[in-house]
Ligand binder design. Structure first.
Ligand SMILES: CC(=O)N[C@H](C=O)[C@@H](O)[C@H](O)[C@H](O)CO
Ligand SMILES: CC(=O)C(=O)O
Length: 270
């Protein structure tokens, strides 16, 4: 973890989000999640400005882990079909840490919750006093711009579409690719902000090239997170095996995967 923290930090990231999809938060026990958070807070001292805890796929909140964990018992396995239900449910949870911003994690690909986020944002601002914004991991940019104009913070989560997300008003990003190629994304952001779109696209294309190789091995391994962990090991940070039903690469796959990353130039970008 220390190595990972140093790696992320050396390449200029100042914020962390832990126990999310990439961190396999949902495959960990409550004790494991707690340990991960505590360790991250310990190793990231002075290096990282804030650690955001991803409690479930549906919501994010900073720091107030213990309180939130107890409320988490109330989480039910359901697919929210009405904005009302979503707002009421998370109003209860957000109340447990009233001084911290509550960020809704919109990740329809995992949660199946396809509700309109602009509507949700307006409702949430009325009913959740500490509503801070949305981590937006859907490719529905028209919906995203609606959230931006509703006046809350939007952190974009589709790394393969970052240029589009920022162009449509996202304030920043939280993504798995930032674990190993944050330089590319920082550069991309700077280029968009200075209006150099052709150059920004070049950086976005690097993300796309990486994703294509990653998806290929992710499919073999039963999930992208397993492929992400493999990429981290090429950077000298061993993450350990992924949890079932994902699997590690075979020796042969490891070799091929690395060669394909070399072929797209990955090791020159990082
Ligand atoms: C489902 C998932 O894990 N999404 C991540 C964060 O939101 C992204 O960072 C993706 O891993 C990335 O965009 C590649 O598809
Ligand atoms: C990247 C991110 O937000 C996640 O893994 O959940």
């Amino acid at each position: 973890m220390f190595k990972q923290c140093k790696l992320i930090n050396i390449i200029i990231s100042k914020y962390l989000a832990v126990n999310g999809t990439t961190g396999e938060g949902k495959s960990l026990t409550k004790e494991e999640r707690k340990e991960v958070v505590e360790q991250w807070i310990k190793v990231s001292k002075k290096r990282i400005l804030d650690v955001t805890i991803i409690l479930t796929q549906l919501n994010i909140c900073s720091h107030n882990y213990y309180i939130l964990e107890s409320v988490a018992k109330k989480l039910i396995f359901t697919r929210f079909c009405f904005t009302d239900a979503l707002v009421h449910h998370f109003a209860e949870i957000a109340k447990s840490a009233p001084k911290l911003p509550f960020i809704y994690y919109h990740l329809p690909i995992m949660t199946g919750v396809e509700l309109n986020m602009e509507d949700f944002s307006y409702r949430a601002q009325k009913e959740i006093p500490n509503f801070g914004g949305v981590k937006f991991s859907s490719k529905d940019l028209p919906d995203m711009i609606g959230v931006v104009f509703s006046g809350v913070n939007v952190l974009f989560g589709c790394d393969e579409q970052f240029v589009g997300g920022i162009a449509m008003g996202a304030h920043g990003g939280v993504g798995s690719l930032y674990n190993f190629m944050p330089k590319v994304y920082h550069k991309m952001l700077a280029l968009i902000k200075q209006g150099s779109l052709p150059e920004a696209r070049e950086e976005q294309m690097k993300g796309q090239r990486l994703c294509r190789v990653m998806y290929k091995y992710g499919n073999l391994q039963g999930g992208n997170v397993a492929a992400l962990k493999q990429i981290m090991s090429y950077m000298g940070v061993e993450m350990g095996p992924p949890r079932s039903p994902m699997r590690e690469c075979t020796k042969e796959e490891k070799e091929k995967f690395k060669n394909e990353l070399k072929a797209i130039g990955f090791f020159e970008w990082i």
